[in-house]
Design a protein around this ligand. Structure first.
Ligand code: 1HN
Length: 346
């Protein structure tokens, strides 16, 4: 085991040239690049995007670039490990901060990757997904599953800003990413399913013979309910922290095929040291301030900030002297489907 493998330089020049001419290469000099011992060797480095730094840049984009010229007016959060312009925050997760101004609409389109919005600021924004109008309130989580038509609108008075999370990098890697454009959708004249069929956790529309629920029955998860649930769970736990997964209310499965979302509450002064996980994570702060140590690197975070951690990162969160609420975006659902999701105790 752990035998030193042969290198390219050890091979005769004429042989190397003959291999190149034949369109082949020896595996053994490259073997450890693709199969490191014991754990992956991620390119991703921890990133931190402070909202007070992003906000003016985004508002300036609103002055410089009309939405018609942008389709989506977004600043992409690039992984420091991949450098400026990288359309990846981690290997599998794309993040962007999107601005919509009062009266604007972002045109309807449909694409293969799935998206989730976490609303950061402003009132009056909405997304229409498959004809269902989903109001966007601060902290809400709104799904735009792959293959569903979606457009955004704004009926309010102030800029609306939200964080987009997409599994775009996977689709680009698979050469499976594309979109179609269409007219704005007709909106059904009724509240979204979180206010009607799925108003109460544990209750769902009565099963009917030969009627299967929609694949994505509920596409908006109102923050008010998430926070209320976290506060109750934390009250009856003894860890000073609570975590709740966003799930499909019909199946109990993760809300999307590849991306998962976990709401977290850390009570004032609380510390949390989760196990090392094989998935990558992005954290979005809904409320509170604190510090997270990621592989020895400190991130000082405040409300509306976003930060990332690579696979198998050692992560320790500390909340300052007020309760803190975060949403963790991760790729556990994908890894479970591929059969390799893992947690290691530290
Ligand atoms: C997209 O469709 C949206 O619909 C936002 O708001 C960001 C980034 C890449 C590809 C598609 C949106 C996106 C995107």
């Amino acid at each position: 085991m752990a035998e030193q493998l042969g290198t390219l330089e050890e091979l005769p020049q004429d042989y190397r040239e003959a291999m190149t001419a034949a369109g082949v290469a020896p595996l053994w000099p490259m073997m450890r690049n693709v199969l490191p011992h014991g754990a992956p060797n991620p390119v991703t480095r921890p990133g931190h995007w402070s909202f007070p730094a992003l906000r003016p840049l985004l508002l300036r984009a609103g002055e410089l670039t009309p939405v018609e010229k942008a389709e989506r007016r977004v600043l992409v959060l690039s992984d420091p490990g991949r450098g400026p312009g990288a359309m990846q925050a981690t290997a599998s997760i794309y993040l962007g901060m999107q601005l919509l101004l009062p009266g604007e609409t972002a045109p309807a389109h449909v694409h293969t990757p799935s998206a989730v919005r976490i609303i950061v600021e402003g009132k009056g924004g909405y997304t229409v997904v498959d004809g269902e109008k989903l109001p966007m309130e601060e902290g809400d989580l709104v799904l735009t599953p792959g293959g569903e038509w979606h457009d955004h609108g704004h009926e309010g008075e102030e800029p609306v800003i939200w964080l987009d999370a997409l599994d775009l990098p996977l689709f680009v890697y698979l050469e499976g990413s594309y979109a179609k454009e269409g007219p704005l959708q007709a909106q059904r004249n009724r509240p979204d399913a979180s206010q009607v069929e799925y108003l109460s956790s544990g209750l769902a529309p009565a099963r009917r013979h030969n009627v299967t629920p929609r694949r994505y029955p509920m596409m908006r998860y109102p923050w008010v309910r998430t926070e209320a649930a976290l506060r109750e769970v934390v009250k009856y736990g003894d860890a000073g922290m609570a975590e709740l997964d966003y799930i499909n209310p019909e199946t109990g499965a993760d809300v999307l095929p590849t991306m998962g979302f976990t709401a977290m509450m850390l009570t004032a002064g609380q510390k949390a040291a989760p196990p090392l996980r094989s998935c990558s994570s992005a954290f979005h702060v809904i409320r509170g301030t604190g510090r997270t140590i990621i592989n020895g690197q400190a991130v000082e975070w405040g409300p509306k900030d976003t930060f990332t951690a690579p696979v198998f990162a050692e992560i320790t969160h500390h909340a300052d002297d007020a309760d803190a609420f975060l949403v963790r975006i991760h790729d556990r659902p994908l890894q479970e489907k591929l059969g390799y999701y893992e947690e290691r105790q530290r």
